[in-house]
Design a protein around this ligand. Structure first.
Ligand code: TRP
Length: 336
């Protein structure tokens, strides 16, 4: 092996700035990233190029991208310890994305469930980018020779395809890409909508969704109105099958307080949902308060945020360029 063995494994993940960040993003993804920098070499980016596969208002996209950078930092992702960057600032993503498009099969892309879902939802705009999105995602990952990709369940299929593309390319040209593994953190909670515990918490159902920057009184209102279950027992018990609403609230409470389900059942034994729901709301408010305050402070310092973006893009570009060079050479492009 010619590769220098680095001490730390590399981790990479991205979130699309397609909507304001919410509790599901925080508890399901970002919170799990925070402790990883000591153990891994971490890259996190805002996948703005993926976002335009669905039509965006340009000013909103720009605002959200900067806001989310502030929120990443406010959540505890230290830009000195993690490489934080905006995808479109690192031109190698688009370039490798194109190459990998040519090593990704129509049939494979047609089988992606996210494509099927999104094209059903955006029937008026089923564009080529929406279809080839997984090849760009493969480029995002493979550019950095990532070992591990922390993702939610909905991205597992894209990670599998990334592995297939990497193996196919390596099979033709030799060892160019590290074949990455998905990393589904043990603690990663899957947070469901507060008013529809059968679907994932999502910005498209704002009444069931708690945003990171939301005011405490609005958060509390949403928790008080959260759907509990139609059983008659009015008792806090973890049973995702029969009590999805209460179990979701318990997952949230467990995630923010660190208490186990058994401890929570004990804590609220004899109390009805009327006591439990505002208690969850209160705990969430207290966890989000410092994040909101810090993000607000950072957003007032645009020059600082821009400097974080710039230095993140420089570091990312340095790594990405090495891979891209190798790829261009392998496929036979004439050197400039
Ligand atoms: N597709 C991911 C999502 O919609 C975002 C994403 C883009 C991503 N590129 C990535 C995640 C690379 C992990 C690694 O959630």
């Amino acid at each position: 092996m010619q590769e220098v063995t680095e001490a730390k494994k590399r981790m990479l993940s991205g979130i699309q700035p397609s909507g304001d960040l919410h509790l599901g993003n925080y508890l399901g993804a970002m919170k799990n990233w925070i402790g990883l920098a000591d153990e891994f070499d971490c890259f996190y980016f805002l996948a703005d190029m993926h976002t335009i596969t669905v039509r965006q208002n340009p000013a909103d996209l720009r605002r959200r991208t900067l806001e989310q950078m502030a929120q990443y930092i406010a959540c505890g992702l230290d830009p000195e310890k993690n490489v934080l960057f905006v995808q479109s600032h690192v031109h190698q993503h688009a370039e490798l994305g194109w190459v990998l498009n040519c090593y990704t099969m129509f049939g494979e892309l047609s089988r992606m469930t996210q494509f099927k879902d999104k094209s059903a939802k955006n029937a008026e705009n089923i564009n080529g980018g929406l279809f080839t999105y997984p090849a760009l995602m493969a480029a995002d990952i493979l550019l950095y020779q990532a070992d591990l990709v922390p993702v939610g369940h909905d991205q597992k299929q894209h990670c599998e395809l990334t592995r297939d593309i990497a193996q196919r390319f390596n099979g033709i040209y030799g060892n160019v890409f590290k074949v990455p593994d998905p990393y589904i953190p043990k603690t990663g909670a899957r947070i469901m909508s507060l008013n529809n515990p059968d679907s994932k918490m999502s910005k498209s159902m704002p009444e069931g969704c708690v945003f990171l920057m939301e005011k405490p009184e609005d958060i509390q209102r949403k928790f008080k109105r959260a759907i509990t279950d139609s059983d008659t027992e009015n008792c806090v018990r973890y049973d995702p099958e029969n009590k999805p609403g209460v179990s979701n609230l318990m997952s949230i409470y467990s995630s923010v307080t660190g208490r186990s389900f058994e401890q929570i059942e004990k804590e609220f034994s004899g109390c009805g949902y009327g006591t439990f729901k505002p208690a969850v709301g209160e705990a969430v408010i207290e966890v989000l308060r410092p994040i909101r305050e810090e993000a607000t402070r950072l957003l007032a310092d645009k020059a600082y945020l821009e400097s974080v973006c710039r230095s993140g893009a420089e570091k990312a570009s340095y790594v990405a360029e090495k891979t891209l060079r190798k790829v261009y050479k392998k496929v036979g492009f004439l050197p400039r």
